[in-house]
Design a protein around this ligand. Sequence first.
Ligand code: ZN
Length: 83
Amino acid sequence: MTPALLAIAFLLAITLCYAGVCAGSPFGNCHKCRGMGHAITTDRKGRMKRGKDCRRCKATGKRIRVGRHLYNLWARAYRDGTR
Ligand SMILES: [Zn+2]
């Protein structure tokens, strides 16, 4: 096996794994709030307190995976094209 072929096989394996993850769980935790849906702040006594809602995930704590988002776009285009 040549190094180039090995690299291609490696990339293909990663892509397949990622496609599997996207199919299995299309939503991942939001990076900004780590799945909480809001920020954590502390009040004046130092206790944990619910902060502002996360704007990035609209307070759901979830974000759609890039691969799944692309699949959704493709699926929509396919449906519209074959109707
Ligand atoms: Zn978030």
